[in-house]
Design a binder for this molecule. Structure first.
Ligand code: C2E
Ligand code: MG
Ligand code: MG
Length: 633
């Protein structure tokens, strides 16, 4: 049933039931009033009859018709007694008085009960009908019955009073109802407004004014129906604001909300009026392009949306730069069920984000497979971290001095063998850990495991080298709590911070929040190394500011040397620059002796790569370090 019809019907029913209740109450009230009124009236009549009877006893004793008439004439002052008659003890009429046409029989039907001829009979006892009746009162004197008083009574006054009472009740009820109606109308209006507001709350997002997830899903369901019945195509976009958390963290939630409202406005104004846009999560939006079936055109629209969001947002004191990652599902090809479509578009968005953000991706079967695979990986990794070590361990890759080839340190690299025995590469599980936030837990676990391994090495009498531990930039985004945790772990195992180095990629330097944590790490005594140097955008200023101690030239520059002139020139330039800043240089991924020789000549301080030693388990490392040529410097 339509809600409006339901509301009308319920209003009508409540009106009928109110009227019915009031009607029943009115009838009961009137019956009660009648019964009480009649009883009071009869009691009064009996009292009046007793008084008249008392007064007329002398007239009866002396058979004085005149005075008898005078006494009963008093009934004229009592409108409800319309006639009265006094009878002698023998039943003969002594006196009669009537304000109307009533005539009493000359002989009271006494013993035989027959009325006298020519008049209306008087019954033996008092008897009342609906409109009135006759009241008989025997008069006694000195214990003997000396006569009878008969009063004709009229109940008109009772009914008049009842009528007046009814009119009063109806009047009061009408006034009360009118007041109640006015009051409830105002209340109803207020309730309606509150309901409207509640409905708005329930269906629209308060920050952006866009439909919320619930309403958007309803709209999507309608679109899916249309697509099915009218064979019209459509495109579903899942839009996720990149790095929105940093807006909230830097400017606070109020500004965050303002930016979201601006994002919503830009999305809305970039799309056509008929397209549906909704906010379906914190920094997630979704849109349906109805009637759009061409992937090229869809991509064109999505690029326009990305361009609209990439224009800086006017926040104070600095403008905000954010990106947009978009996943696209086409209807009906990618699903015929709203939930599945949203899931597919979300998966595509996840892949777009993984590919470097600020881009878009169409859903495909392979994406489905990849996302499912990652989800399984995430669940397994979560489990592995919960269990003690759970298939995780740390491999150590030696770093050697470029001149002496002696070990100067090791790099700790996370390793994972899943329960089914499969080896998962860090290149696969680290991004999943980063994406799901598990990276902090994993980072903590690695440091803890390294400390345990170092204790084991010490126990076997091996000189422990300096350890480099990789830190994801995402671990820094959670604030400097990481510094406290790392220091506590080291303290637990009696390790010194100076024995450790953290390897970070260049993006950690350029990210404002990361920078604060790096300063805290330096302050806690940890050395900082820049990993994969040359692939990011760090500047000399950053290297100086954070007192970076080591640069690790990315292996993509190393693999071609010395044949690749350009890479060789880059290596030389990096070495010169780093040395000028008192920073030592590590060459990563050294696989051949020719490379190693060139790098040593070019001034690289440290070499790392398969040539010098592959990543190995801690017991292999113990053996490796015991060899005289590998002795730790
Ligand atoms: P990375 O820090 O640049 O580590 C060096 C990677 O290069 C390692 O790969 C290492 O096995 C590989 N490698 C070393 N020498 C050679 C060589 O001569 N030739 C070639 N082709 N490769 C070489 P791996 O262990 O697969 O790690 C990949 C990346 O995963 C690491 O790159 C690092 O960014 C990340 N990672 C590994 N462990 C951790 C960890 O505990 N925490 C974090 N946040 N990231 C980690
Ligand atoms: Mg590294
Ligand atoms: Mg590296």
């Amino acid at each position: 049933m339509e809600p409006i019809v339901r509301i009308r019907r319920s209003r009508w029913l409540s009106l009928v039931s109110t009227v019915l209740t009031l009607g029943i109450a009115f009838v009961l009230l009137m019956v009660h009033q009648y019964v009480v009124g009649r009883q009071v009236l009869l009691e009064e009549l009996h009292t009046e009859a007793a008084i008249i009877a008392e007064n007329s006893s002398a007239a009866l004793v002396f058979d004085d018709a005149r005075s008898g008439k005078e006494i009963i004439a008093a009934i004229r002052h009592t409108p409800r007694i319309v006639a009265a008659a006094l009878y002698r003890a023998n039943g003969m009429l002594l006196a009669a008085e009537s304000s109307g046409t009533r005539s009493f029989p000359s002989n009271l039907s006494g013993v035989d009960g027959e009325p006298a001829a020519g008049s209306v009979g008087v019954p033996d006892t008092t008897s009342f009908g609906a409109s009135g009746g006759l009241l008989r009162e025997d008069i006694h004197f000195n214990g003997a019955m000396i006569g009878t008083l008969v009063l004709e009574v009229d109940f008109t006054s009772l009914y008049r009073r009842l009528l007046e009472y009814a009119a009063g009740v109806v009047g009061i009820a009408v006034v009360a109802l009118a007041l109640a109606y006015r009051l409830t109308r105002r209340l109803r209006r207020r309730t309606a407004r509150a309901e409207e507001r509640l409905e708005h709350f329930a269906l629209y997002d308060q920050v952006t004014g866009l439909p919320n997830r619930r309403l958007f899903e309803d709209e999507l369901r309608k679109v899916v129906d249309h697509v099915r019945r009218q064979a019209v195509p459509a495109a579903l976009l899942f839009l996720d604001v990149d790095d929105f958390k940093k807006v909230n963290d830097s400017f606070g939630h109020e500004v965050g909300d303002q930016v979201l409202a601006m994002v919503a406005e830009r999305l809305r104004s970039t799309l056509r009026a008929g397209d549906v846009v909704g906010r379906i999560g914190g920094d997630e939006f979704a849109a349906v392009l109805y009637g759009v079936g061409d992937p090229d055109y869809t991509a064109h629209v999505v690029r326009k949306l990305i361009a609209a969001i990439s224009v800086p947002f006017p926040t104070e004191p600095t403008p905000t730069h954010i990106g947009l990652s978009v996943g696209i599902a086409m209807l009906p090809a990618d699903g015929e069920d709203p939930a599945a479509l949203l899931r597919h578009a979300d998966m595509a968005m996840y892949v777009a984000k993984g590919q470097g953000k600020n881009g878009y991706q169409f859903f495909s079967e392979s994406i489905d497979g990849k996302v499912r695979h990652d989800l399984r990986l995430e669940a397994d990794l979560r489990l592995a971290l919960k269990e003690h070590d759970g298939g995780l361990w740390v491999a150590y890759q030696p770093k050697v001095c470029a001149r002496t080839r002696r070990v100067v340190g090791v790099e700790a690299l996370a390793r994972w063998r899943t329960e089914d025995g499969g080896f998962v590469s860090p290149a696969e599980f680290i991004p999943v850990a980063e994406h799901t936030g598990l990276i902090s837990e994993l980072g903590d676990w690695v440091l803890d495991r390294v400390c345990r391994d170092l204790a084991e090495l010490r126990a076997t009498g091996v000189a422990v080298p300096k350890v480099a531990v990789n830190v994801s930039p995402l671990q820094l985004l959670r604030g400097d709590a990481i510094v406290g945790r790392a220091s506590r772990t080291l303290a637990r195992y009696g390790e010194r911070a100076t024995h450790f180095e953290f390897e970070l990629t260049e993006s950690a330097l350029t990210e404002a929040r990361g920078a604060r944590v790096l300063e805290a790490l330096r302050a806690a005594g940890f050395a900082l190394a820049i990993d994969d140097f040359g692939t990011g955008y760090s500047s000399l200023g950053y290297l100086k500011r954070f007192q970076v101690s080591t640069l690790k030239i990315d292996q993509s520059f190393i693999s071609g040397v010395p044949g690749d002139e350009e890479n060789a020139a880059i290596v030389r330039a990096v070495v010169q620059m780093a040395h000028a800043l008192n920073i030592s240089v590590v060459a990563e991924g050294v696989e051949t002796e020719v490379q190693a020789e060139f790098l040593a000549m070019a001034g690289c301080d440290i070499l790392q790569g398969y040539l010098l030693g592959r990543p190995m388990a801690v017991n292999e490392l113990a053996t490796f370090l015991r060899e005289p040529t590998a002795a730790v410097v």
